[in-house]
Write a protein that binds this ligand. Structure first.
Ligand SMILES: [Zn+2]
Length: 304
């Protein structure tokens, strides 16, 4: 019999969760976003409860959307450890992954340049991100950054296109889709959520997947949504090769590519220098945002 996984890391994003139905809901400080945070918290909590009930010993949840503060922590099964905001390393954004054996990716979206629901890679400022001739989804970056710790992806949930992209690159990865094509009114979030949780539990005996270590070198072509002027500004800033709206990045390993993309998307030479301070400020902004969301949800009557 396969050994049952006991220490699980969950990466939680918002776009592929059950209450995010438009771009506003993925945007900071909107009513739709506050409601989406509540839905995400319920999705994550139902997975967490099901995992503990199935015998898992520890679950760490890393909030991975925008500021990293989208989870109403008081609404999530208290047996889980919740990590909000972003850490420097050793795993970008996450910090130290601790004792986790496997990662479950929830609420994910498809890659920039594809037709999934709110598709993007890292930021919507990237219109298209192609690596070695195919679109690159975040699941590859996240899974590759956890591979040095022997942590393997065992479960993925997101829109059907996101699932297709994840399954295409990670062998034997069980995926559970959220199909938003028939609209929010007809969507039964309660049933979907409980099926999501059961599907996650079903992967605890997964011995099929391996830590994700794609073979390099990698040649990334990044097309900026704002065109050549932004591309040339970023090319000068980080010494990337540029042609029109496109930047070219070469790395040997996928984790190096991830770091280069983080610089490109989120940092400036100044914030890179004062990174601990910049992270502190960003985490404070996230915490204040969550305070706003809680107050707004009470005003809207969504929570008491
Ligand atoms: Zn997101």
């Amino acid at each position: 019999m396969n050994r049952h996984l006991t220490h699980i890391l969950i990466l939680a994003d918002l776009e592929g969760s059950s209450a995010c139905w438009n771009y506003r809901a993925a945007s900071f400080l909107t009513d739709d976003w506050a409601r989406a945070c509540l839905g995400l918290s319920r999705d994550v909590s139902s997975v967490v409860s099901a995992l503990f009930d199935a015998g898992v010993e520890s679950v760490t949840i890393k909030d991975f959307h925008r500021t990293g503060y989208n989870l109403l922590t008081e609404r999530i099964d208290s047996r889980a450890k919740i990590v909000s905001g972003f850490r420097r390393g050793p795993v970008p954004g996450i910090g130290h992954p601790g004792e986790s054996q496997a990662v479950m990716l929830l609420g994910m979206h498809a890659a920039s340049g594809s037709h999934g629901f709110l598709a993007h890679t890292l930021t919507s400022r990237i219109a298209r991100l192609e690596v070695n001739g195919r679109l690159l989804a975040e699941v590859e970056l996240f899974a590759a950054s956890l591979a040095p710790w022997g942590i393997r992806p065992v479960f993925f949930s997101g829109c059907p296109v996101a699932c297709e992209q994840a399954a295409a690159v990670i062998d034997n990865l069980p995926c559970f889709a959220i199909d938003k094509s028939s609209g929010q009114q007809k969507f039964d979030s309660r049933t979907w959520r409980s099926e999501l949780a059961q599907a996650a539990v079903g992967t605890l005996s997964n011995s099929q997947t391996e830590p994700y270590r794609p073979v390099g070198p990698f040649r990334a072509l990044v097309t900026l949504r704002n065109g050549a002027a932004e591309a040339s500004r970023l090319a000068r800033r980080w010494k990337f090769k540029q042609s029109g709206a496109q930047l070219e990045i070469h790395t040997k390993r996928m984790d190096q590519l991830y770091l280069a993309l983080i610089k490109l998307c989120y940092l400036s030479p100044l914030t890179e220098k004062i990174l601990p301070l910049a992270l502190m400020a960003s985490n404070l902004r996230g915490r204040l945002g969550m305070m706003w969301a809680r107050r707004r949800l009470r005003q809207l009557g969504s929570i008491t």
